[in-house]
Design a protein around this ligand. Structure first.
Ligand SMILES: [Zn+2]
Length: 140
Protein backbone atom coordinates (compact mmCIF):
# COMPACT_ATOMS: atom_id res chain seq x y z
CA UNK A 1 0.00 0.00 0.00
CA UNK A 2 2.70 2.47 1.06
CA UNK A 3 4.97 1.56 -1.88
CA UNK A 4 2.05 1.96 -4.29
CA UNK A 5 1.32 5.39 -2.85
CA UNK A 6 5.01 6.34 -3.07
CA UNK A 7 5.17 5.13 -6.67
CA UNK A 8 2.06 7.11 -7.59
CA UNK A 9 3.40 10.24 -5.89
CA UNK A 10 6.74 9.89 -7.73
CA UNK A 11 4.95 9.60 -11.07
CA UNK A 12 2.87 12.69 -10.34
CA UNK A 13 5.95 14.61 -9.17
CA UNK A 14 7.81 13.73 -12.38
CA UNK A 15 4.78 14.71 -14.47
CA UNK A 16 4.42 18.07 -12.70
CA UNK A 17 8.17 18.72 -13.00
CA UNK A 18 8.21 17.94 -16.74
CA UNK A 19 5.13 20.12 -17.25
CA UNK A 20 6.68 23.02 -15.34
CA UNK A 21 9.95 22.77 -17.28
CA UNK A 22 8.01 22.60 -20.56
CA UNK A 23 5.96 25.66 -19.62
CA UNK A 24 9.12 27.56 -18.65
CA UNK A 25 10.84 26.60 -21.92
CA UNK A 26 7.80 27.67 -23.92
CA UNK A 27 7.74 31.04 -22.15
CA UNK A 28 11.46 31.61 -22.76
CA UNK A 29 11.23 30.52 -26.41
CA UNK A 30 8.26 32.81 -26.95
CA UNK A 31 10.21 35.81 -25.70
CA UNK A 32 13.42 34.91 -27.52
CA UNK A 33 11.60 33.72 -30.64
CA UNK A 34 9.94 37.05 -31.34
CA UNK A 35 13.38 38.61 -31.68
CA UNK A 36 15.07 35.77 -33.57
CA UNK A 37 12.37 34.53 -35.97
CA UNK A 38 12.45 37.57 -38.33
CA UNK A 39 16.24 37.26 -38.64
CA UNK A 40 15.95 33.53 -39.41
CA UNK A 41 13.23 34.17 -42.00
CA UNK A 42 15.50 36.62 -43.82
CA UNK A 43 18.56 34.38 -43.91
CA UNK A 44 17.07 30.85 -44.42
CA UNK A 45 14.84 29.81 -47.32
CA UNK A 46 11.37 28.40 -46.79
CA UNK A 47 12.49 25.06 -48.25
CA UNK A 48 15.18 24.62 -45.58
CA UNK A 49 12.70 25.58 -42.88
CA UNK A 50 10.24 22.97 -44.19
CA UNK A 51 12.95 20.29 -44.12
CA UNK A 52 13.89 21.28 -40.55
CA UNK A 53 10.22 21.17 -39.53
CA UNK A 54 9.78 17.66 -40.98
CA UNK A 55 12.99 16.49 -39.30
CA UNK A 56 11.82 17.94 -35.99
CA UNK A 57 8.43 16.20 -36.27
CA UNK A 58 10.13 12.88 -37.05
CA UNK A 59 12.53 13.22 -34.11
CA UNK A 60 9.63 14.08 -31.77
CA UNK A 61 7.63 11.06 -32.96
CA UNK A 62 10.67 8.81 -32.45
CA UNK A 63 11.19 10.22 -28.96
CA UNK A 64 7.53 9.77 -28.01
CA UNK A 65 7.56 6.20 -29.35
CA UNK A 66 10.67 5.40 -27.33
CA UNK A 67 9.13 6.91 -24.17
CA UNK A 68 5.93 4.86 -24.60
CA UNK A 69 7.98 1.70 -25.23
CA UNK A 70 10.13 2.33 -22.14
CA UNK A 71 7.07 2.92 -19.93
CA UNK A 72 5.34 -0.25 -21.14
CA UNK A 73 8.49 -2.32 -20.84
CA UNK A 74 9.02 -1.53 -17.16
CA UNK A 75 5.40 -1.92 -16.14
CA UNK A 76 4.92 -4.51 -13.39
CA UNK A 77 1.67 -6.18 -12.42
CA UNK A 78 0.71 -7.69 -9.10
CA UNK A 79 -0.23 -11.40 -9.10
CA UNK A 80 0.06 -14.08 -6.40
CA UNK A 81 1.43 -11.58 -3.87
CA UNK A 82 4.45 -10.36 -5.88
CA UNK A 83 5.02 -8.19 -8.95
CA UNK A 84 5.74 -9.74 -12.35
CA UNK A 85 7.33 -8.21 -15.43
CA UNK A 86 6.43 -9.04 -19.04
CA UNK A 87 9.09 -11.78 -19.14
CA UNK A 88 7.50 -13.56 -16.11
CA UNK A 89 10.29 -12.59 -13.69
CA UNK A 90 9.08 -12.00 -10.10
CA UNK A 91 9.78 -8.69 -8.36
CA UNK A 92 9.60 -7.72 -4.69
CA UNK A 93 6.18 -6.44 -3.54
CA UNK A 94 7.91 -3.93 -1.26
CA UNK A 95 10.71 -2.41 -3.38
CA UNK A 96 10.02 -3.91 -6.84
CA UNK A 97 13.59 -5.28 -7.10
CA UNK A 98 14.04 -8.61 -8.90
CA UNK A 99 13.52 -11.65 -6.63
CA UNK A 100 15.78 -14.69 -6.54
CA UNK A 101 14.73 -18.31 -5.99
CA UNK A 102 15.56 -20.08 -2.73
CA UNK A 103 14.62 -23.68 -1.91
CA UNK A 104 13.73 -24.13 1.73
CA UNK A 105 15.18 -27.37 3.06
CA UNK A 106 12.41 -28.15 5.57
CA UNK A 107 9.47 -28.45 3.19
CA UNK A 108 11.31 -28.26 -0.18
CA UNK A 109 9.17 -25.31 -1.23
CA UNK A 110 10.72 -22.74 -3.48
CA UNK A 111 10.57 -19.34 -1.90
CA UNK A 112 11.30 -16.01 -3.52
CA UNK A 113 13.77 -13.74 -1.76
CA UNK A 114 14.60 -10.07 -2.15
CA UNK A 115 18.30 -9.36 -1.71
CA UNK A 116 17.61 -5.68 -1.13
CA UNK A 117 14.94 -6.07 1.59
CA UNK A 118 16.30 -9.44 2.83
CA UNK A 119 12.76 -10.82 3.02
CA UNK A 120 11.27 -14.01 1.66
CA UNK A 121 7.93 -14.34 -0.09
CA UNK A 122 5.68 -17.32 -0.77
CA UNK A 123 3.30 -17.12 -3.68
CA UNK A 124 -0.36 -17.38 -2.77
CA UNK A 125 -3.71 -17.26 -4.50
CA UNK A 126 -6.42 -14.75 -3.65
CA UNK A 127 -7.83 -17.11 -0.98
CA UNK A 128 -4.38 -17.42 0.66
CA UNK A 129 -3.68 -20.92 -0.67
CA UNK A 130 0.01 -21.58 -1.46
CA UNK A 131 0.96 -21.90 -5.13
CA UNK A 132 4.26 -23.05 -6.63
CA UNK A 133 6.40 -20.73 -8.72
CA UNK A 134 6.01 -22.98 -11.77
CA UNK A 135 2.20 -22.97 -11.49
CA UNK A 136 2.17 -19.22 -11.01
CA UNK A 137 4.29 -18.64 -14.11
CA UNK A 138 2.02 -20.92 -16.16
CA UNK A 139 -1.03 -18.92 -15.06
CA UNK A 140 0.38 -15.44 -15.69
ZN1 LIG B 1 12.54 -5.82 -1.76
Amino acid sequence: MWTTLQSTLKKWAVTIFVGAVGFLLAAVLREVGTAIVPAIEKSVSARVLLILLCLSVLLNLAGASFAIYAIRKTKLRLRFGVYWDKDCHPHCPLCQSPLSYFRESRNARVELQCKKCRKGFDLSEVDGKWISVESAIERL
